[in-house]
Design a protein around this ligand. Structure first.
Ligand SMILES: O=C(O)C1=C[C@@H](OP(=O)(O)O)[C@@H](O)[C@H](O)C1
Ligand SMILES: C=C(OP(=O)(O)O)C(=O)O
Length: 432
């Protein structure tokens, strides 16, 4: 079932707003997994509450953990208290469309006693999974997938995993590496993951996995390129505050450049492994003034972005928003290094090409990205393909194309259920 169309607002003047973003999806879901595997109770402060993180919490409950709300003093949203328990099988896991759930949890399920069935949305059933299924088999786990290499499948948990060295091709998603590392310290021999294939995408996300594992006391060796070693040992409980989601900040910051004006995002982390941090550099190169002052990031622009030739291999999830800004630019742009986003929530290269094309922009699909030749934008019905970041990209474009209608805006709830409210709030504050 899809949600009613959204008549996304056009900018009526310069933007002038401060937007506070909820927590990072990638951090929230890593902390949830580590907390469910830890030796004692953990507390997650300011976790993201969205479809992907609720699915992760629910899946971990299915595997035996208790995850409850606790009143937070510091933020509007409740903290999460995670009580680990002996992992049990027998109950299915719904992955929705969350890459982090479908990739991170099969190795956890292998540690449970009993079979665990994994399935998800229709769009999830075509996302690449073979690398993790094959890796688990190499590590001694039985997985029944009827030869599909995709969802649905059953992990036959036996309560323990031998572990050891495994060679995988993770060029379709960095999440395959992260998945094996997150559970690896509870494998009898720990785990050594070797990536062998085309360059690994979204590398900061693997660095995030390594850093969060170390926060939980794991011994991780990442000193050699494309090889990661997690020693066997217990994971310690966590008490952590989740950073704001910087990839979800991207459309708001991009708006300042695309429409002209200023947008600030508070609580920008001084040190982060979030790939979304790269939006600062990208918008700067597209002509924005970017400043970080007392942990508030401000982007100011004149509504005339410059074209860019950019490799987003490390921060592929920024592609839809960067493509939207590029469509408003004063010259052509090329986005490279993102071949694997054809396997994200939807085939993002083809979806962007079709939807930007529908607004009059000339788009050429490349093997590993997009070439974008801007033209005056005309309003359209912007289709979103169950992809939260297509909603965000459409909203940026609508600023410059009065009359744009965004189809199924609620799909943005995958990572930012309050997106439409925050977006309208940004425009209302600017009129202010
Ligand atoms: O581990 C993670 O939290 C993520 C890794 C990346 O996946 P890919 O490596 O498949 O791009 C990223 O795009 C995704 O949004 C989140
Ligand atoms: C690729 C993304 O998500 P997932 O975690 O489902 O892979 C994304 O958020 O852009």
């Amino acid at each position: 079932m899809t949600s009613p169309d959204w008549h996304a607002p056009a900018a009526s003047g310069r933007l002038d707003a401060t937007v506070t973003l909820p927590g990072s999806k990638s951090l929230t879901n890593r902390y949830l997994v580590l907390a469910a595997l830890a030796s004692d109770v953990s507390r997650l402060r300011r976790p993201l509450r969205s479809r992907d993180t609720e699915l992760m919490a629910q899946a971990l409950r299915q595997l035996g953990a208790s995850i409850d709300d606790a009143t937070s003093t510091a933020s509007g949203s409740p903290d999460w208290i995670i009580h680990p328990a002996t992992l049990r099988g027998g109950r299915p896991v719904d992955c929705g469309l969350a890459g982090t759930v479908m990739r991170f949890l099969p190795p956890v399920a292998a540690l449970a006693s009993g079979p665990v069935t994994f399935d998800g949305d229709e769009h999830a059933r075509v996302r690449p999974m073979a690398a993790i299924i094959d890796a688990l088999r190499d590590l001694g786990v039985t997985v029944e997938d009827e030869g599909r290499g995709t969802l649905p499948f059953v992990v036959e948990g036996t309560g323990s995993v031998r572990g050891g060295r495994v060679v995988i091709d993770a060029s379709a998603s960095s999440q395959f590496v992260s998945a094996l590392l997150l559970a690896g310290s509870l494998f009898e021999e720990g785990v050594t993951v070797v990536h062998d294939g085309k360059p690994l995408p979204s590398l900061p996300h693997v660095e995030m996995t390594v850093e969060t594992l170390r926060d939980a006391g794991a011994a991780v060796d990442d000193s050699e390129a494309n090889t990661w070693r997690v020693e066997p040992g217990e994971l310690l409980p966590l008490d952590v505050t989740v950073e704001p989601d910087l990839s979800n900040a991207a459309p708001f910051l991009a708006a300042a450049l695309a429409a002209g004006g200023r947008v600030s995002v508070p609580d920008w982390p001084g040190h982060t492994t979030q790939a979304g941090d790269m939006i600062r550099d990208v918008l700067d190169r597209m002509g924005a003034e970017v400043s970080l002052d007392s942990r508030t990031l401000t982007v100011a622009g004149d509504g005339r972005p410059s074209g860019i030739d950019v490799d987003l291999h490390d921060a592929a999830e920024l592609t839809p928003v960067v493509a939207a800004v590029a469509a408003c630019a004063d010259g052509p742009s090329i986005i490279r290094g993102v071949a694997h986003i054809r396997g994200h929530e939807t085939d993002r290269i083809s979806a962007l090409s079709r939807e930007l094309g529908g607004m009059g922009v000339e788009v050429t699909e490349l093997d590993d990205g997009l070439r974008i030749d801007p033209a005056p934008l005309r309003p359209s019905t912007f289709h979103t393909y169950a992809d939260h970041r297509m909603v965000m990209a459409g909203a940026v474009l609508a600023l410059r194309a009065p009359g744009t209608v965004i189809e199924d805006p609620a799909t943005v709830g995958k990572t930012l259920p309050r997106f439409v409210d925050l977006w309208q709030g940004m425009l209302e504050a600017s009129e202010g």
